[in-house]
Design a protein around this ligand. Structure first.
Ligand SMILES: [Zn+2]
Length: 448
């Protein structure tokens, strides 16, 4: 890393960790408003797609989604990189499992594409350095931060993901021993390396942490990380419990996706939106205004412009504020994708009613028997269900839990159908609950 980038990293780390403090939410919002406007004024004129919007307020700009972003990729970045070039570079890197190549000095990465289409991201060296500073400020507990600053022993980071990136390896330095464990090779082949490394910080998708926790509880994975961080997947209650039991601490989360770094767990253990860098407009999904899908504007990124981007995830606000003093709104949970929401009809008036993923998870978690891994897939009024142990008793328990859920919400129950269970590969995002097809309005359930 060049000296200027090292200074950027250190500067952003200090700013994020110690300087960005606000006396109240109103003061924070006023500050954020100025940052956003300055970002729009400076960077929109540099992008062919947004040039004609220069000088306008955020609310006047179009809301875009992944499809729009890919369709106008060439015009939405300020580096003159086309989607074709970026995709080719990204795919070549993934095939070779060599994540270092760049395109004219810009790092290119691909998202895993759980929702069908792959996302593409671009970051400049300066953005990488700043990102690394923000990430370290958010991820390191006090003890590891002291260790980083003292510099006499490197902070050891173990990072499990399906693809590495120059973005992540920016964290690597004399002070950070950053190791990437490639999930394309599975989990078990990495155990010896992980034991040898003895990471201070263990970062992995929730399900992989669940597997590592299982091994630790079995006594075959003697590691004692200072902090455990779940990324890239919904943190399911059974994995969460197992991880906390195995490593004796609360599991933290970093909500980082192609489109930006959106949320993190604070030292008090509460998820906060990373609003010091990303402006979040909630698009409410329920009448009580507790669940929303975020429309984000990342005013820290200037190579690829993320402006009023609808993310398609379901977030739930926390009803009580966090006392830690962070400016970002407190979030109860990242529940999953909007298409993880299941839909049924009200038993009274047949109006469509959502069952949000956490409602389903809670119903399963509160079943009298401990259930194995499962899948629920909605196709119209049919819910296809699978259980990992393929036992009839588990399937009956799961069905009963779901029936209680629909009854409690006074919904017309679906038709349950059994399907075979298939394990999700280590490098693929697990989605337990999925709505493949919503029921058509007015469609009546017929009981099998
Ligand atoms: Zn907090």
């Amino acid at each position: 890393m060049r000296l200027t980038d090292t200074l950027r990293l250190a500067g952003q780390l200090a700013r994020t960790r110690w300087l960005l403090r606000f006396r109240d939410r109103a003061a924070f919002e006023a500050w954020q408003q100025r940052q956003v406007q300055r970002f729009l004024d400076t960077h929109l004129p540099r992008s062919p797609y947004y040039r004609s919007y220069a000088g306008q307020a955020l609310s006047a700009l179009p809301i875009v989604d992944k499809q729009t972003m890919l369709a106008h990729f060439d015009g939405m970045n300020t580096a003159g990189i086309t989607l074709d070039e970026a995709t080719q570079a990204g795919l070549a890197a993934e095939t070779a499992r060599d994540f270092t190549p760049q395109l004219r000095g810009i790092t290119v990465g691909l998202s895993s594409g759980t929702s069908g289409t792959r996302g593409v991201f671009l970051v400049s060296p300066g953005e990488r350095a700043r990102w690394a500073g923000i990430m370290m400020a958010r991820a390191l507990p006090r003890k590891l931060m002291r260790q980083l600053l003292a510099g006499n022993r490197p902070v050891k980071v173990a990072f499990f993901l399906r693809a590495n990136s120059n973005l992540y390896t920016t964290l690597k330095s004399r002070r950070v021993d950053f190791r990437f464990y490639d999930l394309v090779q599975g989990v078990d082949c990495h155990l010896a390396g992980l034991i040898a490394q003895q990471p201070d910080l263990l970062v992995a998708p929730a399900r992989i942490l669940g597997r590592l926790a299982e091994l630790a509880l079995d006594g075959v994975l003697p590691i004692r990380p200072e902090r455990v961080i779940s990324v890239a997947e919904v943190l399911e209650p059974d994995d969460k419990a197992r991880i906390e039991q195995a490593f004796g601490q609360q599991v933290h989360q970093l909500y980082q996706c192609t489109e930006g770094f959106l949320a993190y767990t604070c030292d008090a253990g509460v998820l906060h939106l990373n609003e010091e860098f990303v402006h979040v407009e909630p698009e409410w999904l329920d009448e009580d205004k507790t669940r929303f899908t975020p429309i984000i504007t990342d005013f820290s990124r200037t190579t690829q412009l993320i402006v009023r981007y609808r993310l398609g995830d379901v977030l739930r606000l926390r009803s009580t504020p966090c006392g830690c003093g962070a400016a970002g709104s407190a979030i109860e949970a990242i529940e999953g994708r909007c298409d993880d929401v299941l839909w049924l009809h009200s038993a009274q008036d047949a109006s469509p009613a959502p069952l949000f993923p956490d409602m389903v998870r809670q119903a399963v978690a509160s079943a009298p028997a401990t259930l194995p891994d499962y899948r629920i897939e909605q196709r119209g009024m049919t819910w296809r269900i699978a259980v990992a142990d393929e036992e009839d008793a588990s399937c009956a328990e799961l069905t009963a839990a779901l029936r209680r859920l629909t009854a409690r919400h006074q919904l017309t129950p679906p038709i349950f159908e059994r399907m075979p269970f298939s394990e999700t590969d280590a490098h693929v995002k697990r989605r337990r609950i999925r709505c493949v097809q919503r029921p058509t309005t007015g469609q009546e359930a017929t009981h099998a």
